[in-house]
Write a protein that binds this ligand. Structure first.
Ligand code: FES
Ligand code: FES
Length: 162
């Protein structure tokens, strides 16, 4: 039995230690946001955050994840209460089929967490490993830009005591 910390909760799992995290999230924990695309670390659909870094969950065995903080898209908000990045993707209508979007969001969230002043160039470079077959790249970039601007505005308001 392995114990993982997922979205702040301790979860015991039965899968063998060499099982990729993606299968555990989807098949054992019922967290279906991360998607299976290529299974080879080449498309980004399965991306989650581990200890602040975006990783491909399809090629990461659970044995290396004990004691580490795993965040999936479900940890950023819910349908009823979407988080800031999710709100921005909705506002920009960034999804077409939506398959690539959870992975895009997780890498974008990791970027904004470590660099709230991310430039358009750094957002573009960061999302480079992610494929979108629908071609909504420009909307996705606009959504991440919108989220970054909103987060900056909020932190300026907090600093100003508003
Ligand atoms: S499914 Fe993991 S990178 Fe494609
Ligand atoms: S929105 Fe369909 S793959 Fe990106």
């Amino acid at each position: 039995m392995t114990t993982l910390t997922v979205n702040g909760e301790s979860r015991s799992i039965k899968a063998s230690p060499d099982t990729p995290l993606l299968y555990v999230l989807r098949d054992e924990l019922g967290l279906n946001a991360a998607k299976y695309g290529c299974g080879l670390g080449q498309c980004g659909a399965c991306t989650v955050i581990v200890d602040g870094k975006a990783i491909f969950s399809c090629i990461t065995p659970v044995l290396v994840l004990g004691g580490r903080a795993i965040t999936t898209l479900e940890g950023l908000g819910s349908q009823a209460t979407p988080g800031p990045l999710q709100q921005a993707f909705i506002a920009e209508q960034a999804a077409q089929c939506g398959y690539c979007i959870p992975g895009m969001m997780m890498r974008a969230q990791a970027l904004l967490n470590r660099d709230p002043n991310a430039t358009d160039e750094s957002i573009r470079a960061e999302l480079q490993p992610h494929l979108c077959r629908c071609g909504t790249h420009m909307r996705i970039l606009r959504a991440v830009r919108r989220a970054a601007d909103e987060l900056k505005k909020k932190s300026a308001e907090v600093r100003a005591g508003r």
